[in-house]
Design a protein around this ligand. Structure first.
Ligand SMILES: Cc1cc2nc3c(=O)[nH]c(=O)nc-3n(C[C@H](O)[C@H](O)[C@H](O)COP(=O)(O)OP(=O)(O)OC[C@H]3O[C@@H](n4cnc5c(N)ncnc54)[C@H](O)[C@@H]3O)c2cc1C
Length: 426
């Protein structure tokens, strides 16, 4: 490490994901000297675009603006002249979902039964909204219900982990709402939004000494000092101890990091020639290749979109999500076979390219997003807690109700920056 020059700021933000960017903007607006230190060669973190060769409008990470009615990125999009598709915000509703059972579309009365099963699940989940008790999320499902595998798989995708390992109370705190799409790519918008912030890329933080009045931060080649440091890295990074803390983090903080682990959600994108799909084929699909619908491992979901280009996005959560990273070719083959069976052999010649994400192996994320182990969702507040008015924590894992989302990361960054400003004054 060459420590000849020491870089001095009031606040240092570790990580240029959405939480880090939103915090930097607040500090800039309040004229507080700051810098964002980012390990990767790009901004955005889990907002990540595909390479040009596939199409940079394709989001390998986050893509939907959840809670569309109140999502703060609507204002951001407006200020950057980025159009949002407001028409299809109910794309995931049971009414709009196209269910395929044994490759055949589902009869209407069966769809009604799925709706009924889902409503029963919501009634059970409601208990955890109003009580302090907690349980496994899967306990809100009826294992004898024929639709159990579909709902289990749906919850696994949302949480990035099998529903029997997730806190029901944490999941119950999440609000439903519209899911809005940015067809030109959410990650593209985040790139634009980050313009103007002070940032050092390719600069992984290795060590933070926070025991004295002045905090020291070390990367491979630089030393920084500051009054306050804001950590926005994922819990995957913290749990792996990629950053050394001197003195070490308090026990309650270490426990919170481990009780809010990272789930896995991965996508496989398939790019097609223009003119492949008809308008009535667009939308959200849930597929159960087995007509007896009893194999969770065989269920999967995908979306067909026409913009920016014609493509399909397949989603795999939990164990299946991890598998993709180890055996992508196996999944590519399965997907091409499925597409041919569903849309006819001729479609194969229209396939241009496939791509997949690898969030579990991503060195700067180590997972897709956080989930709470049953009985531990209260630890999101402990993860967020400031140490000595010096070390602050933000990022999707630190926030209740909107954890695991872009707007959650945004809100957490805003909250932390305002707290820092307040603490610096006092
Ligand atoms: C496949 C997938 C799909 C998703 N879909 C959606 C969706 O549709 N809608 C939605 O709202 N949310 C979605 N999410 C979740 C959303 O992407 C995240 O909640 C959000 O982007 C997290 O932002 P963050 O700032 O908290 O963390 P990150 O984006 O992880 O930012 C942390 C930053 O820290 C950097 N970093 C790590 N280690 C170091 C270090 N040692 N030194 C310096 N920098 C470091 C990282 O490179 C990264 O840039 C999805 C996530 C995934 C993976």
């Amino acid at each position: 490490m060459s420590n000849n020059k020491i870089f001095d700021y009031e606040v240092i933000i570790v990580g240029a994901g959405i939480a880090g960017i939103s915090a930097a903007k607040i500090l800039d607006n309040n004229n507080i000297s700051n810098i964002v230190i980012e390990a990767n060669n790009r901004v955005g973190g889990r907002a990540k675009k595909a390479p040009e060769s596939f199409g940079n409008w394709f989001d390998l990470g986050c893509s939907y603006l959840h809670e569309g009615e109140i999502n703060p990125f609507r204002t951001v999009a407006k200020s950057l002249n980025v159009p949002i598709d407001h028409q299809n915000g109910d794309i995931f509703s049971i009414e709009k979902t196209k269910y395929l059972f044994g490759e055949k579309p589902l009869l209407i009365n069966k769809k009604k039964k799925i709706e009924k099963s889902y409503n029963n699940f919501l009634v059970e989940l409601n208990f955890y909204r109003e009580n302090v008790e907690d349980n496994r999320l899967s306990s809100c499902l009826n294992i004898n219900d024929p639709n159990y595998p579909i709902l289990f798989d749906y919850l696994t995708g949302l949480n990035g982990i099998e529903a029997n390992l997730v806190s029901a109370r944490d999941f119950a705190s999440v609000n439903e709402g519209k899911d809005l799409i940015i067809e030109s790519g959410l990650a593209n918008m985040i790139d634009k939004w980050a313009t103007g912030i002070n940032i050092n890329l390719n600069n992984q933080v290795k060590q933070i000494n926070w025991g004295r009045k002045q905090i020291e931060i070390y990367t491979k080649s630089k030393k920084y000092v500051c009054k306050s440091v804001l950590l926005t890295v994922s819990n995957g990074i913290l749990a792996n101890e990629d950053i050394a803390f001197i003195p070490k983090l308090p026990d309650y903080k270490i426990r919170a990091i481990h009780n809010l682990p990272m789930g896995i959600l991965n996508k496989i994108g398939v790019l097609f020639e223009e003119g492949t799909f008809k308008d009535n084929q667009l939308g959200w699909y849930v597929v159960t290749p087995d007509k007896y619908q009893n194999k969770i491992s065989e269920i999967f979901s995908f979306e067909i979109r026409k913009k920016e280009k014609e493509h399909m996005i397949f989603f795999f959560g939990g164990k299946k999500g991890s598998d993709i990273e180890n055996y992508p070719k196996k999944y590519y083959k399965k997907i091409i076979e499925f597409i041919k069976k569903q849309f006819g052999d001729n479609i194969e010649k229209n396939i241009i390219k496939l791509i997949h994400s690898s969030w579990g192996k991503d060195p700067y994320s180590k997972g897709a997003y956080s989930y709470a182990l049953p009985g531990h969702n209260f630890e999101r507040d402990l993860l967020k807690k400031t140490l000595d008015k010096k070390v602050y924590f933000a990022g999707e894992a630190t926030i209740n109700k909107t954890y695991g989302t872009c707007h959650g990361a945004y809100i957490s960054g805003n909250y932390a920056a305002n707290k820092i400003i307040n603490d610096l004054k006092n």
